[in-house]
Ligand binder design. Structure first.
Ligand code: SAM
Length: 249
């Protein structure tokens, strides 16, 4: 079965491929993308939902997105053309950890893709390498809301609690200038959209050879979420500046 089909279907019904609603995405972008001409980079951009929103909101923004998925990038390109922002968006099919650009960016985004760099702090190191002086980073990552089950750790990996997560970011040389903690509703919506879109597609395409397997994937994922990690999984998105550049530090 095509895993990219699953990824594409699973997020067809949600503003971005991370547990944030429309208003949260809008507010975080507003805090991240500064005034005037701005160059924005998204590492692990998927369908480039964050970049498309930034481009639609402001004509003085240009953007580049990096992802390993050809299908998601093709969808991003198609959307950009349909929305009339295609000329301001460059997409790279590349491992984000090895992406190199000759010019720095005013804003660097990495939401829900820190695994591409081996975790939150290495992601910030990679973002710093792309960032122009005074630039901002928008990073979204998981944390544990309470002690996770062994199964949750096995499924999702190792994280810290929220306070420790933010303290580690600060100790690493960054200052949060804004942030958003995904609400219970955003977290639940994300999972219902994930499993619901897949299940609906399977029910609507009974003749497709992948139908039964897609329904089984939706069902297994829903059980893992409800049984293993719904209570312990949290998601925080931080707008960061380098501490040494903040005048009040
Ligand atoms: C959870 S999605 C988040 C997408 C997007 N940031 C958003 O919030 O809508 C994670 C993305 O990271 C991409 N990805 C995973 N490993 C990667 C890598 N090594 N380099 C670039 N992209 C990667 C996946 O293809 C996927 O699109």
């Amino acid at each position: 079965m095509d895993r990219e089909l699953i990824a594409r279907l699973a997020h067809a019904d949600h503003p971005v491929n991370s547990p944030l609603d429309d208003e949260s995405v809008r507010r975080l972008l507003q805090r991240t993308v500064g005034p005037g001409e701005q160059r924005v980079l998204d590492l692990g951009c998927g369908e480039a939902a964050w970049l498309l929103r930034a481009l639609a909101a402001r004509t003085d923004v240009t953007a580049e997105g990096v992802d390993t998925s050809a299908q998601l990038l093709a969808k991003a390109r198609q959307e950009a053309v349909e929305q009339g922002v295609g000329q301001r968006l460059v997409l790279h099919r590349h491992d984000a950890a090895e992406f190199v650009s000759t010019r720095p960016f005013d804003a660097v985004l990495c939401v829900g893709a820190t695994h591409a760099f081996g975790g939150l702090l290495p992601t910030l190191d990679a973002a710093a390498a792309h960032l122009a002086p005074g630039g901002r980073v928008l990073v979204g990552d998981a944390y544990w809301e309470c002690e996770p089950t062994a199964e949750a750790r096995e499924l999702l990996g190792e994280y810290e609690d929220l306070a420790t997560t933010v303290e580690r970011v600060v100790a690493h040389g960054w200052t949060p200038v804004h942030g958003h903690i995904s609400t219970r509703r955003e977290l639940d919506d994300f999972e219902w959209c994930w499993t619901g879109s897949l299940a609906a597609w399977a029910l609507e395409h009974p003749e497709d050879p992948d139908s039964a397997e897609v329904l089984a994937v939706a069902s297994a994922h829903r059980s893992e979420w409800l049984r293993s990690y719904r209570d312990s999984f949290g998601f925080v998105t931080l707008v960061l500046r380098r501490t040494s550049e903040c005048p009040d530090q």
